[in-house]
Design a protein around this ligand. Structure first.
Ligand SMILES: C[S@@+](CC[C@H](N)C(=O)[O-])C[C@H]1O[C@@H](n2cnc3c(N)ncnc32)[C@H](O)[C@@H]1O
Length: 293
């Protein structure tokens, strides 16, 4: 009779993500301290679930069973796991021609002014800081190329940097899914991209002539910088927003140092502002600032 009532033991349901591991307040603090020290990203209490979800992937990948053991590893492995931690924590949202008014300003105002410069330098240097998966520097390169202003004899280079090594490798490859290329008109897509991958994969790769304009490098914006400038303009959009105010101000002052004294411009994201730095930057458009000397 007992057998008649016996049921197969139910399969163990997967634990909800939030209790697969325990993230104590102390471990959360250890992680956010590490992240802040390493790359300036400030993680508020509201970011606890984000930290849990992203770092839990590292625990699974490494078969580590506690956040405490993970913190020991990240703190003590001469930077190797720290790099993975930073890769996991960074937010890489971006798109082609995001905040398109900046590209309009470049094409209509800033690039013609640079091209008309009276000195004999014939050199243009731009820096795209926090370039994520590359849509931003490629949009910049397309804008430069489309103007035709720098075709003959100009030495044009875009430096594109990010702290996240994984996203930077994707940026350098310049391969995108076609359904993620919303910001591009069909004409621009046809002119600057070519089909790649297998049939039906819908992948497009940035053409070599455009890729050649850009040098992708890992660079920590709160670390030391090897380059000396001057840059004609710097894009640093939707990056400083992750830093606290003192870190933002230090960063903007460092940009000031590297910008061309004549017409150096800094372009920031829609929720970033240089209002407290009016002594060194003058607003000249929506989130567009010009260096004052
Ligand atoms: C939200 S994305 C912005 C991408 C692009 N600038 C845009 O506006 O579309 C922010 C990028 O900043 C990078 N980042 C965050 N902290 C950084 C740091 N300390 N140094 C360099 N890059 C950093 C992240 O890895 C990420 O790719």
């Amino acid at each position: 009779m007992i057998a008649a009532h016996a049921r197969a033991a139910p399969e163990a349901a997967p634990l909800p993500a939030s209790i697969e591991f325990t993230l104590t307040p102390r471990e959360f603090d250890r992680i956010r301290k590490l992240v802040y020290q390493q790359c300036g990203i400030r993680l508020s209490d509201q970011k606890r679930d984000l930290v849990y979800n992203r770092v839990a992937r590292r625990l699974r990948a490494l078969s580590i069973t506690s956040f405490s053991a993970y913190c020991d590893l990240a703190e003590n492995t001469s930077g190797r796991e720290l790099e993975e931690l930073i890769n996991a924590i960074t937010t890489n949202v971006t798109s082609f021609f995001r905040e398109s008014h900046h590209f309009d300003y470049l094409a209509a105002e800033l690039l013609p002014r640079i091209a008309a410069r009276r000195d004999a330098r014939h050199r243009l240097r731009a820096w795209c800081a926090g370039c994520s998966s590359g849509e931003e520097p490629y949009s910049l390169a397309i804008t430069l190329a489309q103007t035709g202003l720098f075709d003959r004899g100009w030495d044009v280079k875009i430096l594109a940097t990010d702290i996240d090594t994984q996203i930077l490798a994707r940026a350098a490859a310049g391969v995108y899914r076609r359904d993620k290329m919303d910001g591009l008109t069909p004409d621009l897509e046809k002119r600057w991209f070519e089909k790649t991958g297998g049939p039906g994969e819908g992948l497009r790769q940035v053409r070599t002539e455009l890729r050649n304009l850009i040098a992708f490098r890992r660079l920590n914006l709160v670390g030391s910088w090897p380059m000396k400038g001057p840059f004609d303009f710097i894009f640093c959009r939707n990056v400083a927003i992750y830093f606290d105010r003192p870190t933002q101000e230090r960063l903007f002052r460092r940009y000031w140092e590297l910008l061309d004294p004549e017409h150096g411009h800094l372009l920031v994201g829609h929720s970033e502002s240089l209002a407290t730095l009016q002594d060194i930057f003058r607003p000249c458009g929506n989130t567009i600032y010009r260096k004052t000397c």
